[in-house]
Structures are given as structure tokens and as C-alpha cells.
Design a protein around this ligand. Structure first.
Ligand code: GDP
Ligand code: IMO
Ligand code: MG
Length: 421
């Protein structure tokens, strides 16, 4: 019937996976539309933790089809490892999973190129997850890429060798890195053999037929709005469109089919990797948030940079992504703060603004904060009305600033620790 979109409004890791899992029951299809194994979406179900990288977060729901769309880039090794892990935990995966034939493949040499490119940048490195994402999307837009559907063709090995040779040439342009390609290639081809037996489909036909038949789709964003290739803090971004329009490109869905856009934001802000972060707290408060929020990357384990919520950044993100509703996560992480700050405006060159400047990377802006009372108590309620008054005041402030309703408040990592309004 319609497509609802869920995406991150910050620099990723907003808690998207948890909310998708919570909402999935209302849909017949959950689809990933961009990104790849750079993503790490954490679900806590019955006290058990799962981190999903390529597989959509609806996988624990029996009735659902989980679609990996054409806009996603797939590393067959990671994908098969993920499937093995889920199956070893007693979960049904294969009958619930369909993969677009048009999704692009990450080759072992894409990862080498990612590594070499980052190493060559020194201090200016992006802080990539080194999963080969950038080089794979470069081959896609450069019209050299290999797609999932190609693995079914007789000339696949030939195509692979030709692209690999090209990558090995390119690697010579960078300072030398150490690698042993052969074992990685063997694993890759073994994984490809197994991917051939998965449900590989023409996903654009599938989703449109299902929509016509009255079914509903939840499109699951990876990364976050500020990592979008066009509108994020370029060049410190990922290589795909993480915004709502990415759903059309990455699943084959017409814009007119999109209904609601649920933007997910933490009650504060984090970023992993390099690049500007106006509200960053490079001090004891930042460390306090990191410890309370266990802010370490789900994919790479790197410590996440922490800071206060940033209103100009969120205004920008909600504008570009056409957000209709908000989900606020990790509210509980702020339980012990007597006061909370929020970056309410930026000061750029003597004037106050709530717009992101083009040259945000140059560190030219200062932040004007607003200060709010903390609540200094655990949040153990399941209804919005019973939240402490200071929490309600904080949430109302966010709603007023962004002009959007908060529909979900997450108060812990568990599936049930969520208040739906
Ligand atoms: P995603 O990439 O957006 O799906 O988010 P990640 O899984 O990378 O990071 C979010 C982290 O916060 C995970 O460890 C989640 O288990 C955890 N989490 C999600 N929601 C909450 C919450 O409301 N409170 C707390 N304390 N942790 C949460
Ligand atoms: P989820 O879906 C947080 C960041 C990397 C780096 C930049 C580019 O879990 O929210 P890439 O590997 O894409 O070339 O890295 O983007 N990044 C993420 N940060 N969460 C993610 O995904 C991310 N995926 C990529 O840290 O700064
Ligand atoms: Mg994550």
C-alpha cells in the first residue's frame, strides 16, 4: 500500500536497527536501500545481542520478506558469515531473505583500494570502515562494477579477473600496503558459490507488485543523513545517498509511494570517523556520554566521538529527508546529567545562524547552547504521559525547535524499552 522510510538523522548509529525491529510487525517487507557492511545495526531480543551489517533488521519476524535492494553493496563473505551466525542461533534466514540481482558486489580488491586510499590520505583520512564501500560505489558509477546477477553468468570469472587486474593497477598509484590477496579471494569465491543458492530476485518488480497488492514496506536506512554523499559533511561522508531519495534509487520505488519518514536521532550526538562535528565534547562530559552510552562502533569497535544534540544539524537533516515523525533514542544515557546542553544556533563570522555553512569543514563556527534541566532518575515507564516532567520539557523543546512530533522514545537497548506515542 505504501512505503514508510526510517533513517538516521545524524552521523549514523542512532539506533535505527532497534526501531526497525520494533516496527517490523506492521509491514510485509523490510528493505535495505543503500550502504553495505559499513553498517552495524544492533538488536537486543530476549537479552541476546545481534549486530546486522547487510541483512535488514526485520529478519527476526516470521511473516516478513527482507529485501536487500539494488542500492546496497554486498560483500559475499560478510553476508554469508552473517547468515551462518543467525542460523547457528536457530533463526530461519534464507526463506525470509531476497536479494536484488542489481546490487553491486564488493571485491577483495575493493577493500585493498579502500585501505590504500585511506593510508595515502594520512591526517586527512575519512576514517572509512575499510569495508571497500567507496571503491565499490566508484566502480558502480564508473560503470565497471560487478553485480549479484553477474554471478549467474558464464563469464563471471572472466569479468572478475578483468576488474581485479584493473584494481591491482590502481593500487600501484598509492603508497604500498601489505596484503595477501589469495586467501581472501578463496574465501570470496567460496562465499559466491553459496550466494548463488540464495533467493536472487528482480527486486524492483517484486516490491512494486507487492505494493500494488496492498502490502506495506519499511525502508531501512543505513548510516545517517550527515554521511550522505551529496548533503553530508563532504568529503567526510560515505559513498551513497542515505536520504529519502535513496529509497527510490536503491529499491526501485516511485517517490509517490512514500508515506511517512521516521527520522531517528539520539538524545545527544555521536560520530565515528573523521570530519566536522560542531557540538562535539572533547572533554569529561563527552567521555561521560561515551561510557554511559557504551559509544563504541558496532562494526569496527572504534570509540565514537560524543557531543550534545545539534538543532541546526537536525533542522537540515529533517529538511532534506522530509522527516514527518521523530524517534528519540538513548534518552536513558542522559539520566545522570544534572543539566543538558543543546547546540541551538551556530555563530559564523560574527552572525548567528541555524544553517550549516558550506565550509563547515574549516572549523569556522562556534556553537550557541541552550541549557536544560536534567531529570536525574531512571526512566522505567512505558507511557509517554508518565515520563518525568524534565524529560517531557526536553522532548517538547526538541519538537518545537524542529516542528515535528516525537512518535517514539527509546529508553534502553532492549526491544521492549520503547515508548510509542
Ligand atoms: P544503528 O546503526 O543506527 O542501528 O545503531 P547501532 O546499533 O550502531 O548503535 C546503537 C547502539 O545503542 C547499540 O548498541 C544499541 O543496542 C544501543 N541502543 C539503541 N537504543 C538505545 C537506547 O534507547 N538506550 C541505550 N542505552 N542504548 C540503546
Ligand atoms: P550505521 O548504519 C556510523 C562512517 C565511517 C566513516 C565514513 C565513511 O551503523 O549507522 P565508509 O566505510 O562508508 O567509507 O566510511 O562513514 N560510517 C558510519 N558511521 N554508522 C555507520 O553505519 C557508518 N557507516 C559508515 O566511520 O566516517
Ligand atoms: Mg551502527
Amino acid at each position: 500500500m505504501a512505503v514508510d522510510v526510517l533513517l538516521g538523522l545524524q552521523w549514523g548509529d542512532e539506533g535505527k536497527g532497534k526501531i526497525v525491529d520494533y516496527l517490523a510487525d506492521k509491514y510485509q517487507i523490510v528493505g535495505r536501500f543503500q550502504g553495505g557492511p559499513n553498517a552495524g545495526h544492533t538488536l537486543w531480543i530476549d537479552g541476546k545481542k545481534t549486530v546486522l551489517h547487510t541483512i535488514p533488521s526485520g529478519i527476526f519476524h516470521e511473516h516478513l520478506v527482507n529485501v536487500i535492494g539494488n542500492g546496497v553493496v554486498i560483500d559475499p563473505i560478510t553476508l554469508m558469515k552473517e547468515i551462518d551466525g543467525l542460523e547457528a542461533g536457530g533463526n530461519e534466514v534464507r526463506s525470509r531473505l531476497s536479494i536484488s540481482r542489481k546490487a553491486h558486489l564488493i571485491l577483495p580488491t575493493h577493500k585493498l583500494l579502500d585501505m590504500a586510499s585511506e593510508a595515502s590520505k594520512g591526517e586527512m583520512k575519512i576514517g572509512s570502515t575499510l569495508r571497500g564501500i567507496g571503491p565499490c560505489y566508484m566502480d558502480k558509477t564508473g560503470r565497471n562494477g560487478l553485480r549479484i546477477g553477474d554471478i549467474l553468468s558464464g563469464s563471471f570469472d572472466e569479468k572478475y579477473q578483468s576488474l581485479k587486474e584493473k584494481h591491482l593497477h590502481l593500487l600501484k598509484l598509492y603508497p604500498a600496503i601489505e596484503y595477501d590477496l589469495q586467501p581472501e579471494e578463496e574465501n570470496w569465491f567460496a562465499a559466491i558459490e553459496r550466494v548463488r543458492k540464495l533467493n536472487l530476485i528482480d527486486a524492483e518488480y517484486f516490491v512494486n507488485e507487492r505494493l500494488k497488492a496492498g502490502e506495506s514496506i519499511l525502508a531501512e536506512g543505513a548510516q545517517g543523513m550527515m554521511l550522505d554523499i551529496d548533503f553530508g559533511t563532504y568529503p567526510y561522508v560515505t559513498s551513497s545517498n542515505t536520504i529519502t531519495s535513496g529509497v527510490c534509487n536503491g529499491l526501485g520505488i516511485p517517490p509517490s509511494a512514500i508515506r511517512n519518514v521516521l527520522g531517528v536521532t539520539k538524545a545527544y550526538c555521536t560520530r565515528v570517523g573523521s570530519g566536522p562535528f560542531p557540538s562535539e565534547l572533547d572533554n569529561a562530559d563527552g567521555e561521560r556520554i561515551r561510557v554511559a552510552g557504551n559509544e563504541f562502533g558496532s562494526t569496527t569497535g572504534r570509540p565514537r566521538r560524543c557531543g550534545w544534540l545539534d538543532i541546526p544539524q537536525l533542522k537540515y537533516a529533517t529538511m532534506i529527508s522530509g522527516t514527518t515523525h521523530l524517534a528519540i533514542t538513548k534518552l536513558d544515557v542522559l539520566n545522570a546529567f544534572e543539566t543538558l546542553s543543546v547546540a541551538e544556533r551556530y555563530k559564523v563570522g560574527g552572525s548567528v545562524t541555524d544553517q550549516l555553512p558550506f565550509d563547515i569543514n574549516e572549523g569556522i563556527l562556534d556553537v550557541v547552547h541552550s541549557v536544560h534541566d536534567g531529570w536525574m532518575e531512571e526512566i522505567n515507564v512505558t507511557s509517554y504521559d508518565r515520563l518525568p516532567q524534565a524529560v517531557k520539557n526536553f522532548l517538547t523543546y526538541i519538537e518545537d525547535q524542529l516542528g515535528l512530533p516525537i512518535s517514539f522514545v527509546s529508553t534502553g537497548p532492549g526491544r521492549e524499552e520503547l515508548i510509542a506515542r
